[in-house]
Write a protein that binds this ligand. Structure first.
Ligand SMILES: [Zn+2]
Length: 52
């Protein structure tokens, strides 16, 4: 796989959150990458993934 495609796939994976309550998947915007977002389906706060 070429490096550009790898970067795109990686970015999408980082911006996808799965709700811990209802398992709804949603993509968050880049500006909310390090913030908690609210599930569009059930309203539960989904914490950001912390990667070290
Ligand atoms: Zn939810």
């Amino acid at each position: 796989m070429n490096p550009f495609l790898m970067a795109v796939v990686g970015a999408v994976v980082n911006l996808t959150r799965v709700c811990p309550k209802c398992r709804h998947r949603q993509v968050v915007s880049t500006k909310d990458k390090y913030k908690s977002v609210r599930c569009k389906k059930c309203g539960t706060d989904i914490p950001p993934k912390i990667r070290s």
